[in-house]
Unconditional design. Structure first.
Length: 255
């Protein structure tokens, strides 16, 4: 039985307030966080670009990303994301963007992994895929492919020294053969990279609580390895926060 050291960590992001007159490349919130007004403006600018140049793939990618970010920060659907994806499929059928955005739009509990793999087939070297492929191969237990994506993410140089040091400290805080429970991108992927690329605390099992909640096969495999009875039943009427709380309660009860 593994020793448990439960550590929930929150991604560290710097909120910036920017305003731009021209459309700029837009990243997911896990990689860069600006004001809601910035994303609103960028979505409108990229929407205009996509309307004028419907064959420009990056316009649709950044339009969707900015719109999605704006919706999240607004707390409501200001932009119709499904409509954006429909337009991508109409103008750029079978493109990387069509497949990738279809995957990204899919529900947390019903991920369209077929669309992800189709995007990978079209653009195997696209940097946007690395996090998602790490996630996919981690839950499927495909170790060689998972390790390859960890090395790719490290080679990109997108993980700052600060976030790597923070994750190093999180891993270092866990007792031998313990489990580190994480909840976001910035406290999961860097930890995986440190373990796989730098051989840091390979004895620690890093488990993302949202993946544990959403992926039944993954949860069954992890629970079996940790000798926890797989009795968790997700309440369809509860919020994700409540579901995570209930899952954590089960884990703590058996640790």
């Amino acid at each position: 039985m593994r020793c448990w050291n439960l550590l929930l960590v929150t991604p560290l992001l710097l909120l910036q307030s920017l305003s731009a007159a021209n459309p700029e490349p837009v990243q997911p919130l896990s990689k860069a966080l600006y004001s809601v007004d910035y994303y609103q403006e960028q979505a409108e600018l990229w929407a205009a670009t996509a309307e004028q140049e419907p064959q420009t793939a990056k316009a649709w990618l950044y339009y969707y990303t900015a719109a999605r970010n704006a919706n999240v920060l607004h707390g409501e659907a200001r932009f119709d994301l499904s409509s954006i994806i429909a337009n991508v499929h109409e103008n750029l059928p079978k493109s990387f963007e069509a497949h990738y955005l279809t995957y990204w739009q899919s529900n947390l509990f019903q991920r369209d992994y077929d669309a992800l793999l189709q995007a990978y087939e079209v653009g195997p070297e696209r940097p946007e895929l690395v996090h998602d492929l790490m996630h996919y191969y981690a839950i499927s237990g495909t170790q060689e492919a998972y390790a390859k994506q960890c090395h790719k993410l490290h080679a990109q140089g997108s993980l700052s020294q600060g976030i790597l040091q923070w994750n190093y400290n999180a891993l270092a805080s866990v007792r031998p053969n313990g489990v580190l429970l994480t909840q976001g991108d910035n406290d999961t992927y860097p930890a995986w990279v440190l373990q796989e690329v730098k051989a840091v605390r390979e004895d620690v099992m890093v488990v993302n609580i949202y993946l544990l909640l959403a992926e039944e096969d993954y949860r069954s495999r992890i629970f079996a390895e940790l000798e926890i009875p797989d009795t968790f039943q997700r309440s369809l009427t509860s919020t994700i926060v409540v579901q995570c709380r209930d899952l954590l309660g089960l884990i703590i009860y058996h640790c």
